[in-house]
Design a protein around this ligand. Structure first.
Ligand SMILES: *[C@@H]1O[C@H](CO)[C@@H](O)[C@H](O)[C@H]1NC(C)=O
Ligand SMILES: *[C@@H]1O[C@H](CO)[C@@H](O)[C@H](O)[C@H]1NC(C)=O
Ligand SMILES: *[C@@H]1O[C@H](CO)[C@@H](O)[C@H](O)[C@H]1NC(C)=O
Length: 510
């Protein structure tokens, strides 16, 4: 999970006034005071870009596998002019775990060139996804997103941070954190860290949150059997098993050996799929309890939020398990790879809610079509629901109860309905919304709602002619996005399964 505190410790300084040379220099330059640095960026037609600004000491050597540490010495001139890497609509999934190098704690900033020190633009902070296994800021090109914000009359400053998987005229009081998938899970974790105290030096670190496909992911503690098994496997692969101090042994390894050992455990692309090897786990200190418990007890930041899902979140996570041919094997799979804490009875009850592949299977609303292998649509539906869609619904339900004063909005994206086997699959919003590849209603309206939220903490305040997006709580209303229109939808589909999940959520920890 990324360290937002450190990032934002740097951000207010980074948001300081540009130097007097700023407008005249051919390259935009920003001076920050602490740590002392002059950051040189590059400028495009209407955007300034600053890539690779360090926000913590390199997490290498003795700092490996430790929390990030603040930079206290001068950085001098930082050439943040690296060409933004080519637009990557579909991340390179053959790279199992990103190898951006170990010294990766940097952030990228994209701002409208027209910004002045007084602009006090709101700031949108992006946390990418990738199952806590892969991903980097370089996979995401925010040019279109920021350009469109300028065109919509709601210019924003975009900040993306790298995290381990291992003076920009912005206003530090107007920060919204936004993430997708693992990034979205991280957004809720940021809300719930320190039991929901999201202040730093007396001021809140952020004032709003957007979660795309991920929220409260129930997790056993760091020292649970699964966590220990992953650690032991990494230690063994690293050749550190015989060492007296295995952690020191891992820190002493050269990076490639360490990386290979860390990558030796099953990845999100393996048979175990979303039964993730690396998951943010409660340590009793920073994340005091499993996220669903923190949510239930109201121990999360009081900030307005948007949380939503793709209709078919589970399809891409069910492509590898083609040898699962019976309902009983689905139960076994969930027990062996996902939910070791759940009883056989609970797992059977869960799966029994998806009795009919034609009506209960994902891609949803496609009848008997698209059943890649005998249990594909059932498994896809269950994985999507228990890892994403029902978690979201539980969060909204408990938030409406324990924090009824905090507004929340929710959506379901169906814009890729009809895509064979995948439907509106997990992460398809990166192409639709983030990259803005298709200039369709979905992309335009969602961006507008988000910009509006980043400005006013209300997706409707500046949404112009786009339809009113009601808060979720009154009638459990979702905005259901299609390519060319949207409809309101009540969030009660697959209700029995959802209620079963909510009642038993503590047994479905990863
Ligand atoms: C993806 O990454 C792999 C491993 O780094 C590389 O060999 C391959 O060329 C990359 N593919 C694309 C399409 O960039
Ligand atoms: C399916 O394949 C996986 C991975 O090869 C194996 O571990 C599992 O036992 C198999 N399951 C069934 C039901 O055949
Ligand atoms: C909720 O539903 C009721 C009954 O249909 C309706 O009168 C009310 O306006 C709805 N509230 C919102 C906020 O949509």
């Amino acid at each position: 999970m990324p360290s937002l505190k450190l990032l934002l410790a740097v951000l207010p300084f980074a948001l300081g006034a540009p130097t007097p040379h700023d407008k005249r220099a051919s390259k935009p330059t920003v001076t920050i005071a602490s740590p002392e640095a002059t950051i040189v960026g590059s400028t495009g037609s209407n955007l300034d870009t600053f890539n690779g600004i360090p926000f913590a000491l390199p997490p290498t050597g003795s700092r490996r596998l430790k929390p990030p540490q603040a930079i206290s010495t001068s950085l001098g001139a930082v050439q943040a002019t690296g060409t933004p890497p080519g637009l990557s609509a579909i991340p390179n999934y053959s790279q199992q775990i990103s190898n951006a190098g170990e010294d990766c704690l940097t952030l990228n900033v994209v701002r409208p060139s027209s910004v002045t020190p007084d602009s006090a633009l709101p700031v949108l902070v992006w946390i990418y996804g990738g199952g806590f296994e892969f991903g980097s800021t370089s996979m995401y090109n925010a040019d279109s997103l920021v350009s469109a914000s300028v065109d919509s009359g709601m210019p924003i400053i975009f900040v993306a941070m790298n995290y381990r998987l291992g003076g920009f005229g912005g206003d530090p009081d107007k920060v919204t954190i936004w993430g997708e998938s693992a990034g979205s899970i991280s957004v809720f974790d940021q809300m719930a860290l320190y039991d929901g105290d999201h202040s730093y030096n007396g001021a809140p670190l952020f004032r709003g949150a957007i979660m795309d496909s991920g929220s409260i992911t129930p997790a056993d503690p760091v020292d649970c059997p699964k966590g220990q098994a992953v650690y032991d496997a990494v230690v063994k692969a690293a050749g550190c098993s015989e060492s007296e101090d295995t952690l020191k042994c891992l820190r002493d390894l050269d990076y490639t050996t360490f990386l290979n050992a860390a990558n030796s455990v099953p990845s999100i692309f393996s048979y175990s799929s979303i039964g993730l090897s690396y998951l943010p786990r409660p340590d009793g200190k920073i994340l005091t309890q499993s996220p669903e418990v923190l949510a239930e007890r109201g121990l999360f930041a009081d900030v307005p939020f948007i949380v939503g899902d793709q209709e078919d979140e589970g399809t891409i996570f069910a492509l590898k398990q083609s040898n699962i041919t019976t309902e009983a094997e689905v139960v076994d799979y969930l027990r062996d790879y996902m939910f070791g804490d759940a009883s056989q009875e609970q797992l059977k009850d869960l799966v029994a809610n998806y009795a009919d592949i034609a009506t209960d299977g994902s891609p949803f609303r496609t009848g008997l079509a698209n059943n890649w292998y005998p249990q594909f649509k059932r498994l896809a539906a269950i994985l999507g629901d228990v890892f994403f869609i029902f978690n979201r619904r539980v969060l909204l339900n408990v938030a409406a109860k324990v924090k009824s004063h905090v507004p929340s909005w929710s959506y379901l994206a169906s814009y890729d309905h009809g895509t064979p086997y995948l439907g509106t699959f997990h992460a398809s919003d990166i192409v639709q919304v983030f990259e803005g590849i298709y200039d369709n209603y979905a992309a335009k309206s969602i961006r507008t709602y988000y910009y509006s939220f980043v400005y006013d903490l209300d997706p409707n305040s500046r949404a112009g002619n786009y339809m009113e997006w009601p808060q979720w709580s009154a009638n459990k209303t979702l905005m259901n996005f299609y390519k060319d229109h949207a409809v309101l939808l009540t969030d009660d589909f697959r209700e029995d399964a959802g209620e079963f999940f909510q009642a038993n959520i503590g047994s479905f920890r990863g």
